[in-house]
Each structure stands twice: as structure tokens, then as C-alpha cells.
Ligand binder design. Structure first.
Ligand code: GTP
Ligand code: MG
Length: 452
């Protein structure tokens, strides 16, 4: 075989935004358009992700996208639930998301999780565009199913256009307040310097051709080199979620961004205590266009290549962490791969002090973001871990001498029942929230009350 093993992979697009602003609807719309075009089979459903090939994008975008202008194979969209932080957009040496779409409801404007998402994008230096969604809800809006924004905009009355413009400029102003220079996407010359705002409706499909065009253009222009991978090489990815799966035990939903994972591979996965070395038992993919939200029907596959989402079943995954690296060993030295994973984990480790609060978070990335926020607020941390609030966290918090530190701060995690009972007995306060700065503010208020 004399083929060049290097090829261009699909860019990974994270869809972020506040609860109910329309992230899933937008992806449903893209999937639905493909179904209507009779091309449903071309779209593949991955774990937590949807792969849309270039020819489908070109069909939906119409005149806006000529497939001959592109050599990237399409886009892989990762949906993120609004209540679930997605702070691990980038890991050392690789990207979980190459680019992102920040969805903002034009009526609702900027909301806590919009700000949180912006913060994540800033920290991870992920290029993004803003989808100003639900334009069809502007009073008096005349729907033009699946039309490019320019066409539908021209067909609205002056009053409607003014109202839409007002909402869009408010979003642009909000972005500017957060330190991003932004403008309507057709006015943006350099997408590396300015954030493009694309008006869309996930309901009517208006503006969706523009959105896909801009995403494709952005990736082609700025990402092409990063998309060059050795497709046959050992796989590299990030754990999206750790989940129990009937009949398979603990599994890891993984986003693969380089190389290949095979059904007979040995993996090294970042764990709570030390890297986990394990053998793949099964690679599980949802059936094509299977009900994405239930993800209960899987097909076992022999091999997957980047970029893709895949559920990996393997023994000993109970300690695996969301946001941790996954690496295939294949014909390399096992110790070397373990060292690579350790180095990646060390990079996202949190500095702890002799005394301080206990911090729990849902992913490694969000733990890191929490540590940053607490650092800025000058709150010391005694222990920082991924996972739900457990009785042993209460034990640690209860040993603090300063009552202000007899505290557990949990971001996007649950509190186990026995931990709650124990906290009451031991007089430990547990704060949980789904927005980092609200969690920190809540704690600061608590401290102020104690000090008074
Ligand atoms: P979470 O996953 O819970 O964070 O929400 P989400 O961002 O995925 O929002 P979702 O797509 O579930 O949409 C929330 C609600 O808004 C649903 O009732 C949708 O029908 C509605 N919606 C989404 N997009 C549009 C739109 O463009 N126009 C209108 N009119 N409604 C929309
Ligand atoms: Mg959703």
C-alpha cells in the first residue's frame, strides 16, 4: 500500500449556549434537512455528536457552498446540554473542539451560561461564531423556510428589520463588553480577529445555509493544517462522559481527534488516581440516525477513525474522568504512553493548599475552571476532584478549623444522600451550582454573612 496515510479529518464543532437557546434544535434542523433531501443515511450519528458530510452541507447551503472549494470532509457537531458545562474544549496537544458555535436566543440575549461559555472559549482560545437564534420570533416575522439570511431579511418589513437589528446589536454590544470585537458575519473580513454573528432560526431553517457556510469557510481557511492527521495511527481522544451501560459495565464516551481505535487495542485512560491501562472490549456506535437522545441501540464496530465520537467498553473504567485523555498504545512502548497521559493530567492539575475549601466538578476541565475562578477570588482549595459530593469529601471539609472553610463547592455535580446526612451532622455546608461564577458569588455571600 503506497497511499499517503496522512489525510484531512473532519473539524469538531462544539455547540454551546444557555439552556433552551436552541442548540439541539439547530442540530435537529440540520439533520432534518438531510432527511428531507433523502440523504439521511449520509449523516452519521455518533456518541454525543453528529457528522455531516460536505456534500450534505453543500446541498443545504445551496449556492453559498461549492463543494469544489473545500477539501475538508465535513463537520462533526457536538451538542452540549445547557446545564452541563463543556469546559474541556481543548486538552494538551489536541483539540476536543476545533471551533464552536455559541447559540444565543435573540429575545433572551446573554444569560449566565452564555457568559460561562464565552469564558470557556476565551480560556481555550477556541475560534467561534455566534448563532443569533429564534429570529422567527421577532413580532411580524415573515417565514421563508430554509432561506439564506439575506433573502429572508430583504422580504421583511422595515419595522421587523429594525427590531431584529436592535436585538443583533445588543448581542454585538454584549460580546464587546466581554472583550470580543464582533459584527454581523457578512461584515467580518478577518474571522480570527472578529467574531461573526449569524442570525438564524432553528425552527424555520432561515440562516442555516449561512451558518454552515461560515463554519465550513472558517475551518477550511484557518484549520486546514491542524486537520492533517495520520488516519491509521494510534488513536488520541478525550473522555466526554463516563457512563454505566447495561451489559457493558462502565463505558467511556470518547471524542477521537486523531488516528484510529480498533477493537483489539490497548488503551491508556486518565483516571482519578493513576492512568488506567485497559483492553478495548467493544467499540459501540449508535445506529445511523437512531434516536440520539436515548442512545440505547448500538452497533459494535471493529474500528473508528478521527474525528468521531465512540462509546468504548473496557474493564476497569470506574475511575476514568470526564475530560481526561485517552490514548491507544498499539505498537508503542506502554510506559511511554502512560507518561504521555500523566503529562497531560499534570497539565490540568489543580494547586492545593494546606487549608481551604473542598471542590468537586463534573469534568477535569470544569475543575480547572473552578480552580481559576477561586484563585481569582483568593479562596484556597484543600482538595479538588472530579465526581459527585461523597461522604469522604464531608470528612475532609469537617476537619477545617476556619468555619469559612468547612465548605464543599460542587459544580455540575450531585450530592450523594449519605454525604448530605453526614454534612448536617458535621456542620459542613455544601454549595452546588451549574454556573461557576454564581457558585463563587454564593460562597462569597456566605463568607460575608459569617464575618458580620
Ligand atoms: P438545552 O439542551 O436544555 O440546553 O436546550 P437547547 O439549547 O438544546 O434548546 P432546544 O433546542 O431544546 O430548544 C429549546 C426550545 O426552544 C424548544 O421548545 C424549541 O422548540 C425552541 N426553539 C429552538 N430554536 C427555535 C427557533 O429558532 N425558533 C423558535 N420559535 N423556537 C425555537
Ligand atoms: Mg439541548
Amino acid at each position: 500500500d503506497t497511499r499517503d496515510p496522512t489525510s484531512l479529518r473532519t473539524p469538531i464543532v462544539a455547540v454551546l449556549g444557555h439552556v433552551d437557546h436552541g442548540k439541539t434544535s439547530l442540530l435537529d434542523k440540520i439533520r432534518g434537512s438531510a432527511v428531507i433531501e433523502g440523504e439521511a443515511g449520509a449523516i452519521t450519528q455518533h456518541i454525543g455528536a453528529t457528522a455531516v458530510p460536505l456534500d450534505i452541507i453543500s446541498t443545504i447551503a445551496g449556492d453559498l457552498v461549492d463543494p469544489d472549494d473545500f477539501d475538508l470532509p465535513g463537520l462533526l457537531f457536538i451538542d452540549t446540554p445547557g446545564h452541563h458545562s463543556f469546559t474541556t474544549l481543548r486538552s494538551r496537544g489536541g483539540a476536543l473542539a476545533d471551533i464552536a458555535i455559541l447559540v444565543v436566543d435573540v429575545n433572551d440575549g446573554f444569560q449566565p451560561q452564555t457568559l460561562e461559555a464565552l469564558d470557556i472559549l476565551k480560556r481555550s482560545e477556541t475560534p467561534f461564531i455566534v448563532a443569533a437564534n429564534k429570529i422567527d420570533t421577532v413580532p411580524g416575522w415573515k417565514e421563508n423556510e430554509d432561506a439564506p439570511i439575506n433573502d429572508t431579511y430583504e422580504s421583511q418589513t422595515d419595522r421587523v428589520r429594525e427590531r431584529l437589528d436592535e436585538s443583533l446589536y445588543e448581542i454585538i454590544g454584549n460580546l464587546s463588553d466581554e472583550g470580543f470585537s464582533a459584527d454581523l458575519y457578512w461584515r467580518v473580513q478577518n474571522f480570527q480577529r472578529n467574531v461573526g454573528v449569524v442570525p438564524v432560526s432553528a425552527m424555520t431553517g432561515e440562516g442555516v445555509p449561512d451558518l454552515l457556510t461560515v463554519m465550513m469557510g472558517l475551518s477550511q481557511r484557518y484549520m486546514k493544517e491542524e486537520m492533517e492527521i495520520d488516519v491509521a495511527g494510534p488513536g488520541v481522544g478525550t473522555v466526554l462522559e463516563v457512563k454505566e451501560e447495561k451489559g457493558f459495565g462502565t463505558t467511556i464516551d470518547t471524542v477521537l481527534y486523531d488516528g484510529t481505535i480498533r477493537a483489539d487495542d490497548t488503551l491508556v485512560v486518565g483516571g482519578q488516581n493513576e492512568p488506567i491501562v485497559t483492553e478495548v472490549r467493544a467499540l459501540l456506535q449508535p445506529r445511523p440516525l437512531a434516536e440520539i437522545r436515548t442512545e440505547s441501540r448500538f452497533e459494535t464496530v471493529e474500528e473508528v477513525s478521527a474525528a468521531s465520537g465512540i462509546k468504548v467498553a473496557a474493564p476497569d473504567l470506574a475511575d476514568a474522568m470526564a475530560g481526561a485523555p485517552v490514548r491507544v498504545v498499539r505498537d508503542r512502548d506502554l510506559d511511554e504512553v502512560i507518561a504521555e497521559v500523566q503529562a497531560e493530567l499534570a497539565d490540568i492539575a489543580v494547586d492545593t493548599a494546606e487549608e481551604g475549601v473542598v471542590v468537586k466538578a463534573d469534568t477535569l476541565g470544569s475543575l480547572e475552571a473552578m480552580a481559576d475562578a477561586l484563585g481569582e477570588a483568593e479562596v484556597p482549595i484543600v482538595r479538588a476532584e472530579v465526581g459527585d459530593v461523597a461522604p469522604r469529601d464531608v470528612s475532609v471539609a469537617s476537619t477545617a478549623e476556619d468555619p469559612k472553610q468547612q465548605v464543599i463547592l460542587g459544580f455540575n455535580v450531585d450530592t450523594l444522600d449519605d454525604a448530605e446526612q453526614r454534612a448536617e451532622i458535621e456542620d459542613v455546608s455544601i454549595f452546588t451550582d451549574e454556573v461557576i461564577y454564581q457558585l463563587v458569588e454564593g460562597y462569597e455571600e456566605y463568607v460575608e454573612n459569617i464575618e458580620q
